[in-house]
Design a protein around this ligand. Structure first.
Ligand SMILES: Cc1cc2nc3c(=O)[nH]c(=O)nc-3n(C[C@H](O)[C@H](O)[C@H](O)COP(=O)(O)OP(=O)(O)OC[C@H]3O[C@@H](n4cnc5c(N)ncnc54)[C@H](O)[C@@H]3O)c2cc1C
Length: 572
């Protein structure tokens, strides 16, 4: 039991440390916002300068560092189908190593002097089983879209997903050790026939064996190339197998020959409750966002150039959307049990009837109009599965928009506020623009209202073809017409394969177009030279681009200014 407590405490201690860091980070950002939102860019020098000598080194060598030299989010591909996934960052790797080492220590600190090796096996069986169940609690919390720790600790879902995968692997290895340790003693006692008999006829052992087999299948099917190649099949079997393992573990715990069941029973009940609560939260969110007295959600799908489509969902009720949020979408007629995450690129609220002006003095002044519905728009690039089917559906009506039944689940994430930064650099590759564009209107509005510290905002978007600009044209038109936009926003568009030189000509100094790819280190070094207040660099796009930006941000650490880095990844 001591080792179980140690594992609980070590997990809790990491969580508490993260919470403390998060509180300090939030307090610092709030202080910076309150102070800097009243200052012009050149007066934000205090926030621009780095005040702790050790911070740039910590960011360069640990917080933003890839595992080795540069590669982090660029996928390791053995062929066009065999995707080995991505590498964890240095910080993530250290956390995982710590978790792995602590589990190994808790597992193998046994009474090795005991001459009776079967007694040793029994001790190992108990320890491994208990540790596996303990690991399943954070494992299930981390798998949830509605994991409250995402917002609380400001850690993104993909980081929890990474931890979920590794904790899962550790838990399954512990379950295998648990099974083997039991089998060794059983074979010695009763031979293989005894093992077979108990697996088939003893509820305690049958449930344990079925659970263990389900977990081994999970381990094999979650192997990166398989997971990426057949993501939906993987996800559905994963959920079913996980449920089978939890139920079997529960039966295993309650059918033991111990009065009241094994002491681990309350944990497995907690795991099942957490799982059910998460599923219920999803259903409630789904029902809430898509159904009201005003009807159901309707989606308009427009075909777009560059193998993409633009989807606008008219939600029948008001949904509060923040920059950087995403939602899970499902469409009727396109395997509606599949839901996929997409960043909310744009949103507009619709309002009830026009306010009525009072006719007599005694009449109350009409309260401000309340939003009654929200339209959210997404840009969806076609891959090979659901996105390809949606793309094909959008092409069916010869270039015209089609109306479809769809459902929106969210919004999720959006915990990275850029409001306190004097200087924001947003870098997007292809569909990554959906994540970045959501910050533009918010930050320019904040500048005009005096509620954000942003004084310089740079958007860099790298696209393959000029035609792709059509994806965001309606929103860009609105953004470029916002008051004082020219004082804050600079846009740099890079078209890597322009069909003609005339396509990449722009007469504006604040919106410029270039052929080819940007030189990210040079671009960032120039921004740092002209830095206003604290800077945040955000990237969303293909893994190779994200790694280039990360590398460039690490290189400008140590120039004496504050440069933070945020990465939004479209893969997990
Ligand atoms: C937070 C977030 C925001 C995103 N925003 C956008 C966006 O704004 N626009 C856009 O075009 N794409 C976005 N994506 C990517 C998009 O979700 C995937 O491209 C899409 O799910 C692929 O579906 P598919 O069946 O066509 O994939 P497939 O062709 O079957 O596979 C392509 C890749 O997508 C991954 N994938 C498949 N299904 C899922 C899933 N349900 N969840 C996560 N990954 C999956 C696979 O592992 C594989 O690597 C976002 C992803 C995330 C995680």
């Amino acid at each position: 039991m001591l080792f179980t407590h140690l594992l609980w405490w070590s997990l809790g201690a990491v969580g508490l440390l993260m919470l403390l860091i998060r509180i300090l980070e939030l307090a610092w950002a709030k202080l910076r916002l309150v102070n800097a939102m009243a200052l012009s860019g050149d007066k934000q020098t205090y926030w621009k300068m780095e005040h702790w000598d050790w911070m740039p080194g910590l960011k360069r060598n640990l917080i933003y560092a890839p595992l080795w030299k540069k590669r982090h989010n660029r996928e390791i591909r053995l062929s066009s189908v065999a995707n080995m996934g991505t590498l964890p960052s240095r910080l993530h790797a250290l956390l995982l190593l710590g978790y792995l080492a602590s589990n190994l220590a808790y597992l193998f600190v046994l009474d090795w002097k005991n001459a009776n090796r079967y007694a040793l096996c029994a001790e190992l069986r108990g320890r491994s089983g208990t540790l596996a169940v303990v690991s399943m609690v954070p494992l299930i919390i981390f798998a949830g879209r509605n994991n409250p720790l995402i917002r609380l600790l400001n850690v993104s879902f993909d980081t929890y997903n990474l931890l979920h995968r590794w904790m899962g692997r550790v838990a399954i290895v512990e379950v295998i050790i648990h099974f083997v340790a039991w089998a060794i003693v059983q074979v010695a006692d009763d031979g293989w026939a005894g093992v077979q008999h108990r697996i088939l006829h003893d509820r305690f052992i049958t449930s344990g064996t079925v659970g263990a087999v389900a977990m081994v299948i999970i381990l094999i099917s979650a192997f990166s190339p398989l997971r990426h190649a057949f993501y939906e099949t993987f996800l559905n079997t994963h959920i079913i197998l996980a449920l089978i393992s939890f139920i079997c573990t529960w039966v295993h715990c309650t059918s033991a020959a111990v009065p009241g069941g094994l002491p681990q029973t309350p944990w497995i009940l907690a795991i099942l409750t957490l799982w059910l609560a998460e599923r219920a939260a999803r259903m409630i969110r789904l029902a809430y966002a898509n159904w009201s007295s005003r009807g159901f959600t309707e989606a308009i799908v427009e075909p777009m150039p560059g193998e993409a489509c633009r989807v606008t969902m008219h939600l029948p009720r008001f949904v509060d959307v923040k920059p950087g949020q995403h939602a899970y979408l499902r469409f009727g007629g396109l395997r509606c049990w599949e839901s996929h995450p997409f960043s909310i690129a744009w949103f507009e609220h619709s309002y009830g009837s026009e306010p009525v002006l009072p006719i007599t003095e005694k009449e109350d002044i009409e309260p401000a109009r309340k939003p009654v519905g929200t339209s959210v728009t997404f840009i969806i690039g076609a891959h090979t599965g659901f996105t390809r089917r949606l793309h094909n559906a959008s092409r069916q009506s010869q270039g015209r928009a089609v109306s479809m039944r769809a459902a929106f689940e969210g919004p999720y994430a959006g915990h990275h506020s850029m409001d306190s930064y004097g200087h924001v650099v947003l870098i997007a590759g292809a569909t990554g623009i959906t994540h970045q564009i959501s910050y533009l209107r918010h930050l320019i509005d904040g500048y005009n209202a005096g509620t954000s510290a942003t004084r310089r905002l740079m958007l860099v978007w790298i696209v393959r073809d000029y035609e792709v600009l059509e994806w965001v044209r309606p929103w860009m038109d609105k953004i470029l017409r916002l008051p004082n936009r020219k004082q804050v926003l600079q846009v740099r568009l890079f078209v890597t394969r322009p069909k003609a030189a005339s396509q990449v000509i722009s007469n504006s100094t604040t919106v410029q177009m270039f052929p080819g790819r940007p030189n990210i280190p040079m671009l960032l070094a120039k921004e740092v030279c002209e830095q206003m207040g604290a800077m945040c660099v955000s990237v969303c796009g293909p893994g190779g681009l994200a790694d280039d930006v990360r590398d460039a941000v690490r290189k400008v650490q140590g120039h004496g200014t504050v440069v933070d880095f945020v990465e939004e990844s479209f893969t997990w």
